[in-house]
Design a protein around this ligand. Structure first.
Ligand code: 1VU
Ligand code: GLV
Ligand code: MG
Length: 324
């Protein structure tokens, strides 16, 4: 292990994160009663420019008045390139109570973007005597943000999670697609090039690099990596497959842009009983092995060693957090 160890962000269950436009107040109570682990109330792209000011008022009132239970509660502010952002931060942090956990910063491009927000939040908290320090969720959704992701991830002690914003990322990188997340038939690999059916191919995952890079940057800085939206809410199988791909790479959860996606995310990001049982057996076998002075042993015909303890603990800890 390096002498440098990342400080983990506060532990929060983040399997599903429901997006709720700040202009649609009729959705707020439904979101609060949903099974989402986290909710972000949106001031950014789901809100038309003409609704921005009213949405800000709606969100402040909702944070203060609605019972959000034990959900993680966040507000997505507008980007640093807009004139809405400063007022989003000032009004929300000055007027919304301590129930608010996080602010979500879209289209982060450089570490200085995070620094600027940290400076604003720090001043407002001191001036207003806010007791709870607000945390940051950062959306990586531009080529610039993806280029600078490692510096961004380490830019503030408020940082808690990185999110992959696939729609804006596709636009920023000029990817030839209009879908929001998931695979694209053009990103295919021929599987039978010389055979009877030369058109036989499987679809690859065009988001693999971006998500894998985000996972590394997040974990190296003690943050949660979270997969972003999957726009086709009529395709639960596609959602599940995308969520599972991100999960095995190390993500801790995925956005839900429609309530029907919440149980899918919660399910994919909850290890099954069989997986947890297997992980516990690895821990037991390794405890026994270590008592006997062995570092590597066989379990069910497979090698397990000290790294297996750390792998198994990831699964067991997630199961414990869900059960708590
Ligand atoms: O059954 P009911 O009538 O009681 O409820 C409806 C509907 O009101 C409710 N619902 C929601 N509740 C809470 N939060 C939500 N986000 C939400 N969406 C819908 O669920 C019931 C079924 O809804 P529906 O199938 O009739 O859906 P609608 O046609 O009303 O709305 C569909 C969209 C996709 C427009 C809606 O779900 C929505 O606005 N989702 C969030 C969009 C968003 O926040 N986008 C920003 C994040 S994604 C991004 O930035 C890049 C793409
Ligand atoms: C999210 O904000 C996205 O652009 O996908
Ligand atoms: Mg976006």
């Amino acid at each position: 292990m390096s002498f440098t160890t990342p400080t983990p962000a506060p532990a929060r269950l983040n399997r599903s994160e429901l997006a709720v436009p700040g202009s649609r107040i009729e959705l707020f109570e439904k979101a609060a009663r949903s099974k989402a682990d986290a909710i972000f109330l949106d001031l950014e792209d789901a809100v038309a420019p003409s609704d921005k000011e009213q949405a800000r008022k709606n969100i402040i009132a909702a944070i203060n008045d609605i019972d959000w239970g034990d959900k993680v509660l966040s507000v997505r502010i507008n980007g640093l390139d807009t004139h809405y952002m400063y007022r989003d931060v000032v009004d929300v942090l000055e007027q919304a109570g301590d129930r608010l956990d996080l602010i979500m910063i879209p289209k982060v491009g450089t570490a200085a973007d995070v620094y600027a927000l940290d400076m604003m939040a720090t001043q407002i908290e001191a001036a207003k005597g806010r007791k709870k320090r607000i945390g940051f969720e950062l959306i990586i959704e531009t080529a610039l943000g993806m280029q600078n992701i490692h510096e961004i991830a380490g830019a503030s002690k408020r940082n808690e999670s990185l999110h992959f914003g696939v729609a804006d990322y596709a636009a920023s990188t000029k990817a030839m697609t209009t879908g929001i997340g998931g695979p694209n038939p053009h990103y295919g690999v021929l599987t039978d090039k010389d055979g009877d059916n030369p058109r036989d191919y499987h679809w690859g995952d065009m988001w693999h690099y971006a998500i894998a890079r985000m996972v590394v940057a997040a974990r190296a800085n003690g943050l949660r990596p979270i997969d972003g939206p999957f726009g086709d809410f009529s395709d639960p199988d596609g959602y599940r497959a995308q969520a599972a791909r991100a999960m095995v790479l190390g993500c801790e959860g995925k956005w839900a842009i429609h309530p029907s996606q919440i149980p899918l995310a919660n399910d994919v990001y909850s290890p099954s009983e069989a997986e947890v049982t297997k992980a516990k057996r690895i821990l037991e076998a390794m405890t026994k092995a270590q008592a006997e002075g062995a570092g590597a042993v066989a379990l069910d015909g497979r090698l397990i060693d000290i790294a297996s303890i750390k792998q198994a603990e990831v699964m067991v800890k997630q199961a414990e957090a869900i059960a708590a």
